[in-house]
Each structure stands twice: as structure tokens, then as C-alpha cells.
Design a binder for this molecule. Structure first.
Ligand SMILES: [Ca+2]
Length: 297
């Protein structure tokens, strides 16, 4: 970890970019080795993931989307710091959620179309384990991009980032489950993460590589692969302060929320649908990618 951050800080200092800071996780920035290992371990057994209520494809970037209906759910987790108090939250309108994380290929199209600034994305040479300009193809998630770049992408395709509440609702539905796939602790087949001693991951996998990581609404990769920026700035007591219907916190803040686990996570709690990660808004880290909601089919 020390070596990684030394390299990261040196690289950023050399380039004159924003200062990277670790996020709030106990294992952030700690990668098992120096290389990515995109292995396309797409499950080929007879597991059948939940079917979406309705599906479509967004025209702007050929992103598959699933419909998440309006409804109410218990947001948060008992005994878990800033995930309390658990309360009933209402999402007042249905929305279309991207089925997987935005990929490098989709980001490239956005750059080519003038909607995204390639300079907003970190590269392998700068940060390590970044997929942009890497050898790992176009189907891996776009990571090492700050929330500003993520927002630019979503705007370009006619959508927006999900709110923190929309993200959690899309990840766990209404039954109070702990993770997107249910209440069973994950193993290496469940999602892209680093189960100690079993599947240490030094890079992301292609999107939708683990079909078990499918939410009740049919959304993929909410448990792992890369974390995902949302609209909300970080507010520790958000669950006490914000309204119970369509909550979102957009005030200026030093930190912004990103959700879900990532390939290097070794703690199953970090993969929970309720866990609230946070970083500086412009921080570019290998952990962080994004997906959007909305746009037109
Ligand atoms: Ca994810």
C-alpha cells in the first residue's frame, strides 16, 4: 500500500493534477500486485439471474438498461455508523438504470463525440490498474475518472448519475437484503472482489462477468468490479437530515459518495448495498467507475 501511494502521489505531483486522497475504506489503494488481470470469467453454469421488469437499450451509447419501479424501501443498516438510522425511503418515480458500469469503449465514444474530456481520466502510467488506454480492451469498466468526468458522460448520453437513494434501491430492492444478490456472504463466483486467499484481484474484470451479482431489479455489478459515483455529496447524518421522499444532498462538500465494492475489496462489508464510500469529488482512483440513469431508447 505504501509503495502504491508513494507512486501515486509522485505521479500526481509530477503532473500537477489534483491531490489524491485515500477514501474512507480500510483497504483502499491496496492492490495485490502491479498488474490488472482481466480474465473474463463469465459464469457458464446454470445460474439464472433475476429478470428485469422491463428492459431497453439507450440509443446514445447502446447501454442496456432495466426499469426500476417507483416504491419504498428501508434504506441503511442497523449498527453501521453513517448508514443509520434505518428509515423508510420513497422513490417517487420509476427510472431506467444502466444494467452495467459504463465501459472504456463507451467512454471512448463520448470522447470522440466531444462530450468527455480524456484528460479527466487517469491512465495506467499515472495511477496503475486504470483501464483507460490500457491493454484490456473496451468491455472493462471506465475507472480512474472523477465525479466531474462521470457527470459529463451521463449528460452526454442524455441521463444523469443516480442519487444515493436511487442507487441503493436499485441494488437491493425492497426486501432488506444485505447485498445485491441477497444475504449470503460472497465467494469468488459471486462478484469481482478479492476474497482473501481465493481470488485476489489486481484489476477489474469485464462488465457483467459475474451474473450472480444481479440485483432484484436485474441490475448487474452493484456488489463489485468498480465502485460507482452518485449525485450526492457526502453528509454523515444524511439519514437523519434529508427528507424521506427522493432524498439527495447536493450542497458543496469536501467529499462525494460512491457506492458498491471494487475488485480490490477484501472486506465483505465494503460490498454491501448499504455501504457509503466517500472521496474528494475530483479524485481519480482505480476503485471508482460509474453508471447513469435515464436517456432515451
Ligand atoms: Ca460496481
Amino acid at each position: 500500500m505504501r509503495l502504491f501511494w508513494s507512486v501515486a502521489f509522485l505521479s500526481v505531483a509530477t503532473l500537477g493534477c489534483e491531490v489524491l486522497v485515500p477514501d474512507n475504506d480500510d483497504n483502499n489503494g491496496s492492490f495485490p500486485d502491479a498488474g490488472a488481470d482481466v480474465d473474463a470469467e463469465v459464469d457458464a453454469d446454470d445460474f439464472v439471474p433475476p429478470e428485469p421488469v422491463e428492459a431497453r437499450v439507450r440509443a446514445a451509447d447502446a447501454m442496456p438498461q432495466v426499469r426500476v419501479e417507483a416504491g419504498s424501501f428501508d434504506m441503511g443498516r442497523e449498527g453501521a455508523g453513517d448508514e443509520m438510522p434505518v428509515r423508510s425511503v420513497t422513490i417517487s418515480a420509476a427510472f431506467w438504470m444502466d444494467r452495467h458500469e459504463v465501459t472504456v469503449g463507451q467512454w471512448q465514444s463520448c470522447v470522440d463525440g466531444g462530450g468527455c474530456d480524456a484528460g479527466l481520466a487517469g491512465t495506467w502510467a499515472e495511477l496503475g490498474s486504470c483501464n483507460w488506454k490500457s491493454e484490456f480492451g473496451t468491455e472493462v469498466p471506465m475507472n480512474c475518472v472523477g465525479s466531474i468526468g462521470a457527470e459529463a458522460y451521463c449528460t452526454h448520453v442524455g441521463g444523469e448519475l443516480p442519487t444515493e437513494a436511487q442507487w441503493e434501491y436499485a441494488a437491493r430492492g425492497t426486501d432488506g437484503r444485505g447485498w445485491a444478490w441477497g444475504d449470503d456472504a460472497p465467494d469468488c463466483r459471486t462478484t469481482v472482489w478479492s476474497n482473501p486467499g481465493e481470488c485476489d484481484k489486481s484489476g477489474s474484470d469485464v462488465v457483467e462477468a459475474r451474473v450472480r451479482d444481479t440485483s432484484p431489479w436485474g441490475v448487474r455489478d452493484m456488489g463489485g468490479n468498480v465502485r460507482e459515483w452518485v449525485q450526492d455529496s457526502y453528509l454523515a447524518d444524511a439519514y437523519e437530515m434529508l427528507p424521506a421522499t427522493d432524498p439527495v444532498y447536493l450542497e458543496e462538500s469536501t467529499h462525494r459518495v460512491h457506492r458498491g465494492g471494487y475488485f480490490g475489496d477484501r472486506n465483505i462489508d465494503n460490498l454491501r448495498a448499504t455501504f457509503r464510500h466517500r472521496s474528494f469529488p475530483d479524485t481519480r482512483q482505480p476503485q471508482q467507475g460509474f453508471r447513469c440513469i435515464g436517456g432515451q431508447p
